[in-house]
Design a protein around this ligand. Sequence first.
Ligand code: SF4
Ligand code: SF4
Length: 398
Amino acid sequence: MAKRKAKGSVLVIGGGVAGMESAIQCAQLGFKVFLLDQAPSIGGHMSQLDKTFPTNDCAMCILSPRMHEVKSQGNIRLLTYCRVEAIQGSAGNFSVAIRKLPRFVDEDKCIGCGTCTEKCPVKIPDLFNLGLNQTKAIHQLYPQAVPAVPIIEKDFCRYFLKGKCRICEKLCPTKAVDFNQSDDLLMLNVGAIINATGFSTFDPERIADYNYGLSPDILTSLKVERLLSPTGPTGGELIRLSDGKVPRKLAFVQCVGSRDVTLNRPYCSEICCLISFKQAMLALDRGGLDEIAIFYIDRRAQEKEGEEYLVRLDKEERVRFIKGKVARIFPDENGSLVLDYSDLEGGFQTFRADMVVLAVGIEANKDATSSLMDLETDPWGFVNTREFNLESSRPGIF
Ligand code: SF4
Ligand code: SF4
């Protein structure tokens, strides 16, 4: 769409799919838009997904064109690797203080060739893949990142720690590595703010009896998403991280951190059932599975098309829906995972699996930006908005 004359300015906080879409819409209306993300790239949670429900379309195939539209839209200025430090003022006239963190790579000079990452001698956990594999001390967040510019993790870099190395600087063809970069402070004046900071997921370590962390084969939904993704740590193969074998028996445990008053999470997260149904289908497509057990309280396929997943899974002989509450998960001496669960009659049963997926619930994003905005929330931290236009309790913040 042709660039219209700017009429005002908007700050969108959060560069996930909701933030990007908001930024594009505002920019097309003629507003000057600042799109800010704490991460070194836009994309948010959706960039970590393999497929989307209910169509099983490739998530990155949907997201990537939007990311490039954001980058090329003349009315949008991208502010990645940035933190909001303060928000003052009111609707029509907000002053926002922003801290831009140093990448130690010049965004204007870098051509994203990847030589620095290839040659860097220091391996670190790859947080984009949730620590399931390793990356290098200088790395791009993920292959399709926008901007396609790496960062140096100062806490791991050999030069910052020991004063020696600078291999990346020597080999960079465009002299983009800059160890002298420091924090940059920016002040923005905007008329409105869109809060698109997204969500967090429930930490399953809060349920001690599930022994999350004791076995690498007890995973969260998001970790399984990375395993299923062709750009993930296993190239899309669903294998046990303990021994590299394809699991024959897979168990999904629903409502982990949802609909549980004992954890102060009484609400339904509304997406975990569909995520598990989708992942069960994708796991079957990978082959090698003899059985999938899905432990549930209620099957909630919230979207209209979600019901189709259920119909397909109900027809699949290898899939068993088990209505019951899993009380305990633990690895046995042979590496199998034992699930003790209560059945409908109130008795206890046992199921053995090679891999367990915890369908973790959604929580309100608890990052510092949300508290800076000082918005009214519900008891669980989700921002209250007016139904009509999604405006928050603070006029001018949506
Ligand atoms: S200077 Fe740091 S980032 Fe660069 S190659 Fe050495 S360890 Fe890696
Ligand atoms: S070698 Fe230089 S140009 Fe290539 S990705 Fe690294 S910093 Fe960018």
